[in-house]
Ligand binder design. Structure first.
Ligand code: PGA
Length: 247
């Protein structure tokens, strides 16, 4: 039986004061869900998460890491640095980074490898654009994206978390239907099965306009093991409700 996991992706939001208020509310409610839960914050706030969340049931993480170990890469932050702040997770390959920062499948796979090398669990995001869905190539796109990670991580592939996030559902209020999401999750799990005996134990999250009122039906699907939550992760009541929907 896989445990459900709910991860908040704060994106480019927050301040020391706003984070403190949000974290205090989440900590007050942490006894009201049993799933695994985490929040992923901008880098400067990782120290704050480390300080506030240590000893709680909430885990935390970063939203990206460098594909490089160290060196002359101005502005980059390494997996080793992220790990120093107690992070358990790091999101890699979010569609906003693929689209706005030109991250290729191979760069995403290299980032996942760096994360694992430093004891972090990479949450590897895959997903098709609206044009790709309308062209009927969704399965090919997500298989291509996950293949690069499978190839690069080899026998370590079972240590990642996968997040299926259709680009057309992110921040748009338009969610994939539970059936549409389940169909892609099934494709992804089949692909993982071909690479590892442990595919049944791997968590595959759904992301894209998950809200308190649609979370339970999404999470009830056979291959949906939780969610990667953007907008709704910024309001404590919404994030708590989504965690509760996961169990
Ligand atoms: P959203 O974002 O929940 O605001 O759609 C999800 C994500 O981008 O991870």
């Amino acid at each position: 039986m896989r445990r459900k996991l709910v991860v908040g992706n704060w994106k480019l939001n927050g301040s020391l004061a706003a984070n403190a208020a949000l974290l205090d509310s989440l900590l007050r409610e942490q006894g009201s869900w049993t799933c695994d839960a985490a929040v992923c914050a901008p880098y400067p706030y990782l120290a704050q998460l480390n300080e506030r969340l240590i000893g709680s049931t909430l885990n935390w993480g970063a939203q990206d890491c460098s594909a490089h170990e160290s060196g002359a890469y101005t502005g980059e932050v390494s997996a080793a640095m992220v790990a120093e702040f107690g992070c358990r997770y790091v999101i890699v390959g979010h569609s906003e980074r693929r689209a706005m920062h030109g991250e290729s499948d191979q760069i995403v796979a290299d980032k996942a490898k760096r994360a694992l090398a430093h004891g972090l669990t990479p949450i590897v995001c895959v997903g098709e654009t609206l044009a790709e869905r309308e062209a009927g190539v969704t399965d090919e796109i997500v298989k291509r994206q996950i293949s690069a990670v499978i190839h690069t991580l080899a026998h370590c592939i079972s240590q990642i978390v996968v997040a299926y996030e259709p680009v057309w559902a992110i921040g748009t209020g338009r969610t994939a239907s539970p059936d549409e999401a389940q169909a892609v999750h099934h494709v992804l799990r089949a692909k993982l099965h071909a690479a590892t005996e442990r595919a049944d134990a791997m968590q595959i999250l759904y992301g894209g306009s998950v809200k308190a009122d649609n979370a339970a039906t999404l999470f009830a699907q056979a291959d949906i093991d939780g969610g990667l939550i953007g907008g709704a992760a910024l309001k404590a009541a919404d994030f708590v409700a989504i965690c509760r929907a996961a169990g």
